[in-house]
Design a protein around this ligand. Structure first.
Ligand code: ATP
Ligand code: MG
Length: 621
């Protein structure tokens, strides 16, 4: 029997079951956590007013820490490593002791259930201790990106009503020291924010004011125990902001119960983690990906995680050396990180023994076939998995769930519908489309992974933002199609779709071809209307390490595209692309520059100085 076909059928059957009876499906998934009090009902109400595991009482920190401390205290919970190769090892005993110490200090500061607490630091063990301490007290966690602009950070502190900021005084990234404390002092000086106290994890010398409390001075020396607060499933656990790729980032709540259950089901199915597995999530702290893995799955399942502080491209051999050092089995990473590995060349994979690797899971953007092919060639025995999801719906919409069984790979597709999710492809009027017809991706799933919006008591903002464009459906903002086997192809953001000569083309369809060119690391395709009213297609491409930017190469890429049946008007080589902090290409920004329009919200643009290079390169054409 062909096991791949068997898996495909099995996974589709599971999805069918979930669609027909979501309550029964999700009731079974409560097994991932230990309850203080079991839920009275699995589901009440309809989305967006749905409530899950109603009246169930639990605590995230208890599930992540106490359970494993009792059974396997010496197991390694996390390894930490930075760019310089310095490391720390944290056992479940250490995690338990440190989370309790951190919770003790937060409690002394008056933090209680429902309060909002902010975090600003790199990927260090203290980020785990404090995040889980926040959950131990039943408070709401808000993790921010390092390097958000001061006004964006101030806005988020107000929006989330954060009472306390916990920060590390500095961090090292790509060889440069970031002075976090100084940056935050500027925020406090310039903006009126609700922060009452700043708890500082001191790394080197720092200047203090009377609003600061140095954690190193107040951390209890002996053992302390803080009772985990019993929180109702639907109470908010954390606030995430979307990446800001298509517009102003949206603030979203995820719950203590449903969210954690959905995530554990998701990763159980995506990665099939086994006891003793080492799992490295390559992500900045501020992207939901970091807490999803490092707070809400790895310690809940009792696995071992790797925290990496720094930039993976700092040294070409970092990736494989870290994999070898800790015997990493599972890697979860952003699309942009995988492109970075490709641009660094074979050295990124071949500098260490990577034979422990089983799965690399992609998330964030459609993974272009060029990059996937390159990874497959370098890592023949590694399964390259994909999961398509969004901050609002943290259950994959479509995926290749290797933990449930391997399914045949199809070029350009993120996989098949994920059990518990359900989607449709619809036309402009909301009518479902048959296979192969491109349209808007909408969701009709009923599951506990759907977020609620911040400061939106009756879900009015939620309804307006997500449920009104196509009545009865949640609108993802993405464009794509399915094939006869139910594989989903996300071809781009609906806003970025290029209509040329009556044909709708997704950005990903063009970018994937460009990335197959041997000199190209990654690319971005943009459609825009020229002054004469015609649609033009521009491609920005970043050459791989060792390839120079030249007009000749630009011409060569254009010809390469033409030979694949894609006619673009211009190819421009650039040193990098404009990306959000989570590494997504901000195509809307490129389009605004071409059209000389307002550039809109760039609060999450990772490299604002790129505006200068873009204006310069684009004006020459
Ligand atoms: P904003 O909503 O603020 O514009 P964003 O949509 O980029 O930003 P996220 O929630 O971080 O914010 O990203 C979700 C989006 O990322 C999806 O809607 C989809 O466009 C894209 N995406 C994520 N994973 C994948 C994947 N594996 N394949 C294809 N697209 C993906
Ligand atoms: Mg979005």
């Amino acid at each position: 029997m062909n096991t791949e076909i068997f898996s495909l059928d099995k996974i589709k059957r599971l999805s069918e079951e979930a669609r027909n009876n979501p309550e029964r499906f999700w009731a079974h998934k409560t097994k991932y956590i230990d309850w203080f009090k079991k839920p009275r009902t699995i589901l009440e109400g309809k989305p967006p007013n749905d409530r899950w595991f109603v009246d169930g009482l639990l605590n995230i920190s208890y599930n992540a820490v106490d359970r494993h401390y009792k059974t396997n205290p010496e197991n390694v919970a996390f390894y930490w490593i930075n760019e310089k190769g310095e490391t720390r090892t944290i056992s479940y005993r250490d995690l338990y002791c440190e989370v309790n110490r951190a919770a003790y200090v937060l409690k002394e500061l008056g933090i209680k259930r429902g309060d909002s607490v902010s975090l600003l630091m790199p990927s260090i063990p203290e980020a785990l201790y404090f995040s889980l301490a926040v959950h131990r007290l039943g408070a709401v966690l808000v993790i921010h990106y390092l390097g958000l602009s001061e006004d964006t950070l101030a806005y988020r502190l107000k929006d989330s009503k954060s009472r306390i900021m916990i920060l590390a005084s500095s961090s090292l990234r790509n060889g440069k020291e970031i002075n976090i404390k100084k940056m935050f002092d500027n925020v406090l000086e310039k903006f009126n924010v609700p922060i009452e106290k700043v708890l500082v994890i001191k790394r080197g010398e720092v200047e203090t004011t009377n609003r600061d409390l140095i954690y190193n001075d107040v951390r209890p020396k002996g053992r302390v125990y803080i009772e985990p607060e019993a929180v109702e499933s639907n109470e908010p656990a954390t606030i995430y902001y979307t990446s800001g790729t298509t517009g102003r980032p949206k603030g979203l709540y995820h719950s203590n119960g449903g969210y954690i259950i959905a995530l554990n089901w998701a990763f159980d199915s995506l990665l099939g983690p086994k006891k003793g597995d080492v799992w490295w999530t390559i992500s900045e702290l501020g992207w939901p990906v970091w807490p999803m893995a490092n707070l809400y799955t790895i310690p809940i399942m009792g696995l071992t995680g790797v925290l990496f502080e720094g930039y993976i491209g700092y040294q070409p051999d970092l990736f494989s050396r870290i994999v070898e050092r800790f015997g990493v089995n599972l890697v979860w990473s952003s699309t942009t990180t995988l492109y970075t590995l490709k641009s660094l060349g074979e050295e990124s994979i071949n500098s260490g023994d990577v034979s422990s690797l089983r799965i690399i899971l992609n998330t964030g953007e459609p993974l272009n076939t060029g990059a996937r092919k390159w990874l497959r060639e370098q890592l023949k025995d590694v399964y390259i998995a994909d999961a398509y999801w969004m901050t609002e719906h943290l259950l994959p919409i479509a995926a290749t769930p290797a933990g449930l069984g391997e399914i045949p790979y199809k070029e350009g597709s993120a996989g098949i519908v994920f059990p518990g999710s359900s989607f449709n492809i619809v036309d402009d009027d909301g009518n479902p489309l048959p296979p192969r017809k491109k349209g808007y991706i909408v969701l009709n799933s009923v599951n506990p992974a759907m977020a609620k919006m911040v400061n939106d008591t009756n879900n009015e903002k939620m309804t307006k933002t997500y449920w009104s464009r196509f009545p009865g459906y949640f609108y993802t903002g993405d464009y794509g199609y399915v094939d006869e086997d139910g594989y989903l192809y996300v071809v781009g953001r609906a806003d970025d779709i290029i209509t040329k000569e009556g044909e709708r083309v997704g950005t990903m369809e063009i970018e994937s071809i460009v990335a197959n060119h041997p000199s190209v690391a990654e690319a971005s395709a943009i459609g825009y209307t020229d002054n004469d009213g015609t649609t033009k297609i521009l491609v920005l491409a970043v050459p791989r390490a060792g390839f120079e930017r030249s007009e000749r190469l630009e011409q060569d890429i254009k010809t390469f595209l033409r030979n694949s049946g894609i006619f673009v008007d211009n190819v421009i080589l650039v040193s990098r692309l404009p990306k959000t902090k989570s590494g997504k290409i901000m195509r809307r920004l490129i389009r605004s520059i071409i059209k000389n329009e307002e550039i809109g919200d760039i609060s999450t643009l990772d490299n604002p100085d790129i505006l200068y290079e873009l204006r310069n390169s684009l004006s020459k054409k």
